[in-house]
Unconditional design. Structure first.
Length: 338
């Protein structure tokens, strides 16, 4: 059992380290190839903290462990709010921006509701996975459009209009014309960067495999469900990158990075990661997840946005509330034997 525990810890360590190095080396390569910082931020950095969830869920889905997939992704979104924001708010007052709420916050809630509706029939298949991917794709193009047109208001209502009117097609066409990779003179060390990227990707995949296999081993040994294992173990473990980035951001006074990281990661987890996973292998949703786990994610999201809307910041009192509710949520989940 000691060896199995060490292998579990090793898998988590490789997963987190591989994700960090893969994003870091990818950013370096992109800059040397002349790709803009904004596009790097939208792709590598925004998705980077969700790489552990993506790797773990893909391995779990291919193995047929749908409980781990749902527990990990939904649990990660809950942990990002209850645990990560809660811990950071205990030590620092987290100030927010109106756009974070009226654009990204409401879009996060909107995507979560779409996910709830898709999950109600007990499974998310490849067609529904494609729907989630399309929504994420439109969201990214909407961010690009808002970056290009500074003076125009870009909130949730504008996102809905942008989607319904298919304006994202115009953004895509304009972006493809203007985003050609510029030649850069300094491409020294690209071979080394690609090697580091390949090694980190291998560590990421192997770490995810270890984490999933050992989690299944412990769930069976302890007699707990895979859903609860994904919720309590993998979700917290794969949320470590978000916690590290968030603590670093608030320590340096970059509060918007923290909120943006949490909201962006939650959007990516449900639309991108769950979308890719269910597109490759349909994910079964247990009744306990439909009636407890997924509604809990919605409640945490609404509470999080309500705090931002009412107070304009998240302080120590709010952090204590979030941590307490998160602890009670895990306790009740264990009691219910999800």
């Amino acid at each position: 059992m000691i060896i199995e525990s060490l292998m579990l810890i090793l898998g988590l360590a490789l997963l987190v380290w591989g994700s960090d190095k893969f994003v870091e080396s990818g950013s370096v390569i992109a800059k040397k190839l002349g790709i803009s910082d904004f596009i790097i931020g939208l792709t590598l950095i925004a998705v980077g903290t969700s790489l552990p969830e993506l790797a773990a869920t893909l391995i779990a889905a291919l193995k047929g462990s749908s409980g781990l997939v749902v527990g990990n992704l939904v649990g990660s979104n809950i942990a990002n709010i209850g645990l990560v924001v809660g811990i950071c708010a205990i030590f620092y007052v987290i100030r927010t921006h109106e756009t974070m709420l009226k654009r990204d916050g409401y879009i996060m809630l909107f995507i979560s509701i779409i996910f709830v509706l898709l999950a109600m029939n007990g499974a998310v298949n490849y067609i529904e996975g494609m729907v989630l991917l399309i929504v994420y794709f439109i969201y990214i193009l909407f961010l690009i459009e808002s970056k290009e047109i500074i003076k125009k208001k870009f909130h949730f209502r504008e996102f809905v209009d942008y989607s319904i009117r298919f304006e994202f097609i115009g953004t895509l066409l304009n972006f493809s014309k203007s985003s050609s990779i510029k030649e850069k003179a300094n491409r020294d060390g690209l071979v080394k960067d690609f090697i580091i990227s390949a090694i980190s990707l291998a560590a990421l995949i192997y770490g995810a495999r270890l984490l999933v296999y050992k989690s299944i081993y412990f769930s069976r040994m302890l007699g707990v469900s895979e859903t609860f294992t994904g919720l309590a173990l993998i979700a917290v473990g794969t949320s470590l990158p978000e916690l590290a980035v968030s603590i670093s951001a608030v320590r340096k006074g970059f509060n918007e990075i923290l909120i943006g990281n949490i909201i962006g990661s939650n959007i990516a987890n449900i639309s991108l990661v769950f979308g890719i996973t269910s597109f490759i292998a349909p994910v079964q949703i247990a009744a306990s997840s439909i009636y407890y786990l997924i509604p809990a994610m919605l409640i945490f999201s609404v509470l999080f946005l309500a705090l931002i809307r009412k107070e304009g910041n998240i302080n120590r009192k709010h952090g204590a509330i979030l941590l307490t509710i998160y602890a009670l949520f895990l306790l009740f989940a264990g009691f219910r034997k999800l």
